[in-house]
Design a protein around this ligand. Sequence first.
Ligand SMILES: Nc1ncnc2c1ncn2[C@@H]1O[C@H](COP(=O)(O)OP(=O)(O)OP(=O)(O)O)[C@@H](O)[C@H]1O
Ligand SMILES: [Mg+2]
Length: 272
Amino acid sequence: MVALSDKKGFQVSKIEIRELKKAYRNGDRESIVALDGISLAIENGEFVSIVGPSGCGKSTLLYTIAGFIACDYGVVLVDGTPVIGPSMNCGIVFQEYALFPWRTVLGNITYGLESKGMARRQREEIAACYIERMGLRGFEHCFPKELSGGMKQRVAIARTLAYEPDIILMDEPFGSLDAQTRELMQDQLLDIWRELGKTVLLITHDVSEAVFLSQRVIVMTSRPGKVKAEFSITLLKRQCREEIMISDEFNQIRNPIWLAVREEVLKVEQAV
Ligand SMILES: Nc1ncnc2c1ncn2[C@@H]1O[C@H](COP(=O)(O)OP(=O)(O)OP(=O)(O)O)[C@@H](O)[C@H]1O
Ligand SMILES: [Mg+2]
């Protein structure tokens, strides 16, 4: 991990979230407190996952980091500078694949590169690489409406990875994929992260996925979302996937995280 410093030479985290609070106000109805004082630091090049019960504020947290929504209290700093709106340095894969329906697969994937002003030949070369990695070869000229849900999500992932933002935010990117494609995409993401050294923040419902992919897992409480616990993942990922997933070490790391999430899920169920 390469340490970052701000303009004055002070060491800063890649992403720093301080005391973040966010409530949604829906007219006269009672406001919904989504985030209730979240503080978190993510270092440059780190791969961090967030798990927590449905509705605990995970997407809200991601949108706030990406600058799509403003918080009520607290601050998000990227490279030591407050986030005041969306930035090209921060790429996001939305929970529900948000593709441009009027653009083909290729057109969607090259979108960010066009915005960067890259020449057509170069952007098509880069897009071809991600089309290959995401298993989309042969579908370059299809429009989103011609694709299955899983394929749309792969296009959305390719679109974000292709323009190589400093920070990659992913909101349950593999949720709509079948088990085998999900594993292939996880492997691709790990390879890309290792190659490019970008900072990745991944939201997932799947504790095994979080343990397999990340260096640190953050468990959120049920709504209003706070940080319940943090787990460092010391798993050595030298063996192949199958060996890792059935190892005692993997289960020893996974089980306390799974229990922490379950405790929060039960709170939601008991409240209903
Ligand atoms: N635009 C909105 N207006 C009102 N309430 C909202 C809005 N967006 C989210 N909420 C509410 O805020 C809470 C947190 O929502 P959020 O989508 O961040 O949760 P989540 O953890 O991502 O859930 P899931 O795991 O189901 O994706 C939920 O109770 C949700 O209903
Ligand atoms: Mg969500």
